[in-house]
Ligand binder design. Structure first.
Ligand code: DAH
Length: 334
C-alpha cells in the first residue's frame, strides 16, 4: 500500500483511539502510540523520504494536516478528562437539604428591658448609666442607708479588696445619686443595669441579676404622678387587665415608700392573688440634700424593680438560671 493511502486510515484510527480513551492514563497511551517519538504518525513522516521526490510535498502536507487534527482532538479530550478527574466521584444529590445560616436574636432580658425603656421614653425619660463597681457613698450613704443597715452586711454585698471602689452595686439606685450629682433638676431618667448580691443560685435567685430604676425630679411632683407613670408602663408591658396595688413599705431613700404588687390572669393562673414587682416612693428630702438639691423647691419619685422576675412571668420561665446558661435551645424560643 502506498504511503498516501495510509494517512487517512491512520488519522481515523488515532482520532478513534483518543475519543475512546476513558481516562488521562489511556489518553496518554494513545498520544504516545500515535504522536510519540516512536509513534505511528511520526513513523509516516520518517517514510516520506522513500517517496518519489515529486510526491513528497503533497504527502507531507497531508500528514501534517492529520497531525494537527489529531493534536487538536488530543488537547480538547485532555481538557475534558482533566475536568472529569477533578469532579467528585459520587454524583451530586441536589435534593439534599441546604445548610441553613441561623439568625441571632436579642436575649429575652434585653427584649424586656428594651420594651420598658421604650414605654418610659414615651413619657419623656432618658436612659442613664453608671458603674457596676461602686463605692459606699453612691450605693448606701448618699441614699440615706446607715452604716449599720443589714444591706451593707458582708452577708449581702460583695466587697472588693480595693480601697477606692469597695463593692459591687446591690441595686441600680446608686445611679440615681450619680445622675443628680451631675445634672441640675428637673430630670427624668431610667437606668437599666446589672446588680450583684451574695445569694446562692436557685430557681428564683442568682448572685447577679438586672434591675431598672426610674427617677423623676421636678417642681410639685406627687404620689399621683408616680402611680400614673407606673400604671401606664405596666399596662403597656403586661396588658390592660393588669391591676396594681401600692403597699406602704420602708426604703431609706424614699418617704413615703411603697411596694407595688400586681395581678393579672397570668398571676392568677399561678394560683396567686398578688405578685410583688417593684419598690418605689417619693425621694427623701435628705437624699436631695445629699446631692445639693433644695428639697423645698424640688420633689420627685423613684422606683426600682427586677427585670428577670418580669421576664419570667411574661414568658412563663420557671428557673432564673436559664437566662444565664446561654443554651441556644432556650434562647431560640424568644
Ligand atoms: N433599690 C430597691 C431594691 O433593690 C428598689 C427600689 C425601691 C428602688 C424604692 C427605688 C425606690 O428607686 O424608690 O430592692
Amino acid at each position: 500500500m502506498s504511503l498516501l493511502n495510509e494517512i487517512e486510515p491512520l488519522r481515523n484510527e488515532a482520532l478513534h483511539a483518543l475519543t475512546a480513551a476513558a481516562d488521562l492514563a489511556a489518553l496518554d497511551q494513545a498520544r504516545v502510540q500515535f504522536l510519540g517519538a516512536q509513534g505511528r504518525v511520526t513513523g509516516l513522516m520518517k517514510q516520506l523520504g522513500s517517496l518519489p521526490k515529486e510526491e513528497r510535498p503533497a504527502a507531507g502536507k497531508l500528514i501534517n494536516q492529520a497531525k494537527t487534527e489529531i493534536e487538536a482532538v488530543l488537547d480538547s479530550r485532555k481538557a475534558a478528562l482533566e475536568l472529569k478527574a477533578a469532579l467528585p466521584k459520587e454524583p451530586t444529590d441536589f435534593t439534599l437539604p441546604g445548610r441553613r445560616r441561623s439568625v441571632g436574636r436579642l436575649h429575652p432580658l434585653t427584649q424586656v428591658t428594651e420594651d420598658i425603656v421604650r414605654s418610659f421614653r414615651r413619657l419623656g425619660f432618658a436612659v442613664a448609666d453608671g458603674p457596676e463597681v461602686e463605692d459606699e457613698h453612691h450605693c448606701f450613704d448618699a441614699l440615706n442607708t446607715p452604716a449599720d443597715h443589714p444591706a451593707r452586711d458582708l452577708q449581702d454585698t460583695f466587697y472588693l479588696q480595693t480601697p477606692a471602689r469597695p463593692l459591687l452595686r446591690t441595686h441600680t439606685s446608686s445611679v440615681q445619686i450619680r445622675v443628680m450629682e451631675k445634672q441640675k433638676p428637673p430630670l427624668r431618667v431610667i437606668i437599666p443595669g446589672r446588680v450583684y448580691r451574695r445569694d446562692n443560685a436557685d430557681a428564683t435567685h442568682n448572685p447577679t441579676f438586672h434591675q431598672i430604676e426610674g427617677l423623676c425630679v421636678d417642681r410639685g411632683v406627687t404620689v399621683g404622678d408616680l402611680k400614673g407613670a407606673v400604671e401606664f408602663v405596666f399596662k403597656e408591658l403586661l396588658g390592660d387587665d393588669v391591676k396594681l396595688r401600692f403597699r406602704p413599705h420602708y426604703f431609706s431613700y424614699t418617704e413615703p415608700s411603697y411596694e407595688i404588687d400586681f395581678t393579672n390572669s397570668l398571676v392568677r393562673k399561678l394560683g396567686k392573688q398578688w405578685m410583688e414587682i417593684a419598690g418605689c416612693g417619693m425621694v427623701h428630702p435628705q437624699v436631695f440634700e445629699n446631692v445639693g438639691y433644695d428639697p423645698e423647691t424640688w420633689s420627685g419619685w423613684a422606683f426600682g424593680f427586677g427585670i428577670e422576675r418580669l421576664a419570667m412571668l411574661r414568658y412563663g420561665v420557671n428557673d432564673i438560671r436559664l437566662f444565664y446558661e446561654n443554651d441556644i435551645r432556650f434562647l431560640g424560643q424568644f
